[in-house]
Design a protein around this ligand. Structure first.
Ligand SMILES: Nc1ncnc2c1ncn2[C@@H]1O[C@H](COP(=O)(O)OP(=O)(O)OP(=O)(O)O)[C@@H](O)[C@H]1O
Ligand SMILES: [Mg+2]
Length: 362
């Protein structure tokens, strides 16, 4: 019986996905703009971005349900840009359970094998093995309507992996589930991926989901790839103001450079409201150039001779308190373990220059 391989298999080398200079327009809308991403064998890549940023368009091009205007898609070293979906050896799971309602769970899972002309006995064996993989042994005779949402989504997952595809594509597969079930499924999908050694491209607009599940995250905005990197890289070294604002919590403070500064060096800026500060010029700054300074709430510290701010509110959350502190510029969110100030009081704040990332305003 050809069960889905379950060794702690080193990733299959044939499941390398390369997306090169992909572009797709719908009329005047550029849905995907010159996107290049290299997904390593066995990697879990999350495509993250706001609604309309091109995540589904990109996934559909990889799946072969839609063709790009230009660019190239390779799977396992083979150019599949123009290949039909069933020639690409991919599994797909969509947002809504897409099970056939009139077929039993087992028949649903065996369906792709039937399409591939696998004989009945072998089909059922492999479908049962896939059902076991998603931990739904014994549910084969039920109809989809007799399952919970999470169980239906696991059946969809079993159907996607039953023919041992090279790559699994998932488009917001958990967004229809409630929070608890979603978190359980996140862990299960991650386990399954490790077990199978399969490459996964997973679309989500939920940053927590992307941060917890992915080896790397590709952030899209208006069809443009903003940054690809490990969750920690994206959080600690966002490449653009968009990524800084989209991943985690960030204070933005408009500013103007007081002198030229090369990329990656410290710069002196005048902050909106008149205070001066030292910041990191991420891509370099020219004297007089406008910038957005991004500072995480946990990177703002109390500093005796720092920038004055009036505490407007204190949000208590156990070991951590978030102060809302009105400066001469914006109101900052300041995260402190032991806040010495209460609403109505004043504080003085500062930061390590490398933690205040200045992005040239475009
Ligand atoms: N078939 C289509 N015809 C015309 N425009 C389209 C079509 N499909 C997508 N678009 C447009 O292309 C852009 C990208 O859409 P896409 O569905 O890829 O976004 P998304 O990131 O998946 O968004 P969401 O998070 O809402 O699912 C949007 O501006 C959308 O309106
Ligand atoms: Mg979408």
């Amino acid at each position: 019986m050809s069960e889905v391989p379950r060794s702690n298999a080193a990733a299959r080398h044939d499941c390398h996905v390369r997306i090169s200079h992909l572009r797709k327009c719908y009329g005047s809308v550029v849905a995907v703009r010159d996107v290049t991403i290299d997904v390593s064998p066995g990697e879990f890549l999350a495509l993250l971005g706001p609604s309309g940023s091109g995540k589904t368009t990109l996934l559909m091009a990889v799946a072969g349900f839609d063709f790009p205007d230009s660019g190239r898609i390779e799977i396992g070293g083979e150019d599949v840009t123009w290949a039909a979906p069933n020639k690409r050896d991919l599994g797909m799971v969509f947002q809504r359970y897409t099970l056939f309602p009139h077929m039993s769970v087992l028949d649903n899972i065996a369906f792709p094998l039937r399409m591939r002309k696998v004989g009945r006995a072998q089909r059922n064996d492999r479908a049962r093995a896939a059902l076991k993989t998603v931990r739904l042994e014994g549910y084969g005779d039920r109809m989809p309507a007799q399952l919970s949402g999470g169980q239906q989504q696991r059946v969809a997952l079993a159907r996607a992996i039953v023919y041992n595809p090279k790559v699994l594509l998932m488009d917001e597969p958990l967004s229809a589930l409630d929070k608890k079930l979603r978190e359980e499924m996140q862990v299960e999908i991650k386990h399954l991926q490790r077990e199978l050694g399969i490459t996964v491209i997973f679309v989500t607009h939920d940053q927590t989901e992307a941060l917890t599940m992915a080896d790397r995250i590709a952030v899209l905005n208006f069809g443009e790839l903003q940054q690809v990197g490990a969750p920690k890289d994206l959080y600690e070294r966002p490449a653009s103001a968009f990524v800084a604002g989209f991943i985690g919590e960030t204070n933005f403070w408009p500013a103007r450079a007081k002198a030229d500064a090369a990329a990656g060096t410290e710069a002196e800026v005048e902050l909106e409201g008149g205070d001066s500060a030292r910041v990191l010029a991420v891509d370099g700054l020219r004297r007089g150039q406008a910038a957005q300074v991004a500072i995480r709430p946990e990177h703002i510290k109390l500093a005796p001779n720092g920038i004055g701010a009036a505490v407007e509110d204190a949000i208590y959350a156990g070991s951590i308190t978030t102060l809302l502190a009105k400066t001469r510029g914006p109101t900052l969110r300041v995260r402190l373990e032991t806040p010495e100030a209460t609403p109505g009081g004043t504080i003085a704040v500062g930061w390590e220059p490398r933690n205040a990332r200045a992005y040239a305003a475009s």
